[in-house]
Design a protein around this ligand. Structure first.
Ligand code: SF4
Length: 393
């Protein structure tokens, strides 16, 4: 029996994009859309193999198609994948079924179809409503297209929408960021994710910054943008529940909570990652290799699949550190001492007491006054999260 069959989450990675954005270092490829039909066949095969590798009928409470640009798949392609999932797993009533969508790739008609086949949440990669920001990022959509996409999604019955925005862009002023956030709020999403731009090596943006072609990012300004946005969102009845995520009451992303609470999830598709108590799996990232691996017929034991490039059995110390690192991202809940000891059979104080005390002294961690069982980041600690996380890994 798998951990009393706590519900799983399924993540399906769709590594195709029309064009590569200038800041992106995700596992995604532009110019390979001709491989989508074969890729869908391979995804279906991975689902079948995973299901066949266990006698359990695994309960699933969230399904998330991420990318890349999942919205490049046709409704028919999503439908067959979702059917396979319905047949192979026990998809629980009220399951959250999310799609990441690029606003430049959806129409009123296809959004209506997606709603009909069972999607109940969309996360739109809006990033900004300002033309200069969008052009710098190399996004394929403009602000009007993003507004249309969100309006259409509402029109066809999506009542759970999330918008992703990026701040701290080169050349972005506070006023410009404020304008983007106010437009986003005006569209009344249930959920907003705000990400500080990180300039990753191997991206065109990194080269531009290095050569002085675009302005360096000013950390203090980015911090001011984050603070301002947090206050604004709070006034609009949003609660910050994770370092980068805000939601209206009850609209937190259940799928992502699964990651932050280190509950089990299966990653399906090229570059997808999975986790099941003590084990971490990572699939090969390259689409061609992934498709080829799905032709293999040898048997794998659940939760492994022929797509796995790595499979690590985590040491207990590593797992405890990770539990802290992801749990502390939850800025309201943080980490529960009770949950920690139930899970690891050792008290949190015994394992990390010294580190926690030091971080409390530095005003980066605090005990939740309303629930003293929980340790969480302080308001100040939210800005310096990485300094806290590094202490536990
Ligand atoms: S759409 Fe998303 S995944 Fe695709 S290149 Fe742009 S940022 Fe990367």
């Amino acid at each position: 029996m798998l951990m009393n069959m706590e519900p799983f989450s399924l993540y399906l990675h769709i590594p195709f994009c029309q064009k590569r954005c200038t800041y992106c270092d995700f596992n995604t490829f532009a110019g390979f859309q001709h491989l989508i039909p074969n890729y869908v066949t391979a995804l279906r095969q991975e689902i079948r193999l995973l299901v066949a590798s266990t006698d359990e009928h695994i309960p699933v409470h969230t399904i998330f198609f991420g990318g890349g640009t999942p919205s490049l798949l046709s409704t028919e392609q999503f439908q067959v994948i979702l059917n396979d999932i319905q047949i192979g797993f026990e998809v629980l009533d009220g399951a959250e079924i999310s799609l990441e969508a690029n606003p430049g790739t959806v129409t009123l008609k296809n959004l209506a179809e997606l709603r009909l086949i069972g999607f109940n949440r969309i996360s739109f990669g809006v990033q900004s409503f300002h033309p200069q920001d969008l052009s710098l990022m190399g996004r394929i959509h403009n602000a009007e297209e993003a507004i249309h996409a969100i309006t259409w999604a509402r029109q066809v019955g999506f009542d759970n929408l999330s918008l992703d925005l990026i701040f701290g862009l080169p050349g972005q002023t506070l006023a410009r960021w404020q304008q983007t956030l106010m437009i986003a709020l005006g569209l009344k999403p249930e959920h907003i994710s705000l990400y500080a731009l990180t300039v990753e090596e191997q991206t065109p943006l990194f080269q531009w910054v290095k050569r002085g072609l675009v302005e360096e990012i000013v950390d203090d300004l980015a911090a001011e943008m984050y603070e301002w946005a947090g206050n604004q969102l709070e006034q609009a009845n949003f609660t910050q529940y994770e370092i980068s995520n805000w939601a209206l009451p009850g609209r937190e992303c259940r799928h992502n909570l699964q990651y932050w609470k280190m509950q089990p999830y299966l990653g399906i598709g090229a570059g997808a990652h999975g986790y099941l108590r003590g084990q971490r799996m990572a699939n090969t990232g390259w689409i061609g290799d992934y498709i080829q691996r799905m032709d293999r017929t040898d048997q794998f034991e659940f939760p492994l699949s022929p797509a796995n490039e790595t499979h690590i059995s985590l040491e207990r110390e590593d797992e405890m550190g990770e539990f802290m690192m992801v749990g502390l991202r939850l800025v309201q809940d943080g980490v529960s001492e009770k949950e920690f000891s139930q899970r690891f059979g050792q008290s949190l104080q015994e394992v990390f007491g010294e580190k926690i005390r030091k971080l409390e002294q530095r005003k980066l961690l605090e005990r939740n006054q309303n629930d003293p069982d929980r340790i969480r980041l302080t308001h100040y600690g939210r800005l310096l999260g990485n300094q806290v996380f590094i202490e536990f890994v």
